[in-house]
Structures are given as C-alpha cells and as structure tokens.
Design a protein around this ligand. Structure first.
Ligand SMILES: Nc1nc2c(ncn2[C@@H]2O[C@H](COP(=O)(O)OP(=O)(O)O)[C@@H](O)[C@H]2O)c(=O)[nH]1
Ligand SMILES: [Mg+2]
Length: 241
C-alpha cells in the first residue's frame, strides 16, 4: 500500500478515465487511486472495473447511486481514505486539467512542512490554458471575492488540485460540509485555515479539458456566491463551526 491516495471524482469521463489512471500509475512515486463515480451512464465505472485487473490493490472504485455533486463525492472519498492508513490524500480532476506529474510536487510540499498543498493557478500571474475568457474572469474574480469575505490569503481558493495531510481531514468535521461545487473547495480550505493548518500554494498550469464535457453549472456559481457569505457568517456566529 502506498502512503498516498489520489481521489478522482467522475461523472461521464469515459474519454479520459483510462488515460488518467494510467498516467498516475506511470509516475515515479507510487500513488493509490480511488475513483468515486456517480453511476455515470457512459460506463466510466465499467472501464475502471476492467482496469482493476491490471492494477490490483492499487486502484479502487466506489460507485454512488446517482449524480450527487463533486463535494459529497470527495467527502465519501476522504472517509474511505481515513478508514485506511493513508497519510497524504489528494484531490484531482479526471479531465487532465491537472497534470498528474504535479501530484509529486504537491506531495513534496507536504513532506517539507505543508499541511495542505494547493495546486495554484494564480500564485504567479494567471496560469490557465484554453479556458474561455469568461471562465478565467469568473474564477479569478471568485478568488478576490473569497479573499475579501473570508480574509484568507490564498491566491486560488477554488482550486481542486490539493494534497491534504491525514491529520487535516481528521480534524475537520467532514459531516458539516454540505456544499457541492467550488464552494466545497473554498470551505475545505477555510476550515483548514481556521484550524491554523499550514497551507502552501504550489504554482501549476491548468489546462482546459480536451475531451468530454464540463459539469460546471450556474447553480454551482450561485452556491459559491451565497455560500461563501453564509459560511463566513456561520463561522463567526457559531464557535464550534
Ligand atoms: N462523482 C462526481 N464527479 C463529478 C461530479 N461533477 C463533476 N465531477 C467530476 O469532477 C471533476 C471536475 O469537473 P469538471 O466538469 O471538469 O469541472 P470544471 O473543470 O470546473 O469544468 C471531473 O473529474 C468530473 O468528472 C459529480 O456530481 N459527481
Ligand atoms: Mg474540468
């Protein structure tokens, strides 16, 4: 068993799933992989089951009944990881927006003292390739908004490419997190920040997916806009939040 688990949530990623799994297993460092699939109609989970023959004991699959959002998929994956002995638990998308080789850079940052290593698009300028302008502006604007409301000095709070040390996930009350989209990513970092964990940003290049479709929706954007505000308010009102 590796000391590290990469959790990849999937919904209709048949065009990416095999390549992304193989890319992780081709890395110099050993990582285990957990796919959390929401019963994708395109057969993503069937493909993972086939691949499990080749990667016995390293590739794991959890299938949920229906599409229930990225946030709850990660919570499911975190709890799965905490039942086992993993020390470093990663979040990564299936669509190659996050370069698998950067997993090793996030890992190194955690070995060198970070509790949370964030693959950051905005640490040095704007490192986003092939995204339409409106998505860059939305994402970049969101990071200003989050800084303003929460006071948390992170350049890329909505980032979904992250390494958490085990103790961070053990400390955060995972059952309290109900957000599903970008707000989920913000809340995870905010809770780690309030608990005084050391958050370090590692500069990465984010490239838009070439295959398959984005699951981003206006509901996810609204959740982030209102959610961040209510999250900050709740964190002030309730001591044990
Ligand atoms: N299990 C699960 N995975 C999801 C869900 N929504 C998105 N994902 C996965 O989360 C990752 C990021 O989603 P994506 O559509 O690329 O979002 P974008 O990069 O913000 O456009 C991908 O691996 C998706 O397959 C969901 O409801 N359930
Ligand atoms: Mg994507």
């Amino acid at each position: 068993m590796s000391d590290s688990l990469v959790i990849i949530p999937t919904y209709n990623e048949i065009e990416n799933i095999e390549a992304i799994i193989k890319a992780v297993f081709a890395l110099k460092k050993d990582f285990d992989v957990l796919i959390v699939d929401d019963n994708s109609p395109d057969g993503t989970a069937d493909k993972v089951e086939q691949l499990q023959e080749d990667f016995k004991g390293r590739l794991f699959l959890e299938i949920r009944k229906e599409k229930a959002g990225l946030g709850t998929a990660y919570i499911h994956g975190f709890k799965w990881a905490l039942k086992r002995d993993y020390l470093y638990i990663f979040e990564m998308d299936a669509d190659f927006s996050h370069r698998p080789s950067d997993l090793q850079r996030l890992y190194r940052a955690c070995l060198n003292g970070a509790d949370v290593a964030v693959g950051s698009r905005y640490k040095k300028g704007v490192n986003v390739v092939n995204w339409p302008l409106y998505r860059v502006l939305l994402s970049y604007g969101a990071s200003f908004y989050v800084k303003l409301i929460t006071g948390m000095q992170i350049h890329d709070p909505t980032a979904g490419f992250v390494c958490y040390k085990r103790k961070v996930l053990e400390t955060i009350n995972l059952d309290a997190i109900k957000f599903i989209g970008y707000a989920f990513q913000i809340e995870m970092k905010f809770r780690a920040y309030l608990k005084k964990f050391k958050i370090e940003e590692v500069s990465i290049i984010f490239t838009d997916r070439e295959k398959g479709k984005s699951k981003m929706s206006t509901a996810i954007i609204w959740e982030a806009i209102f959610g961040v505000f209510s999250m900050k308010t709740r964190s002030i009102l309730f001591k044990d939040w």
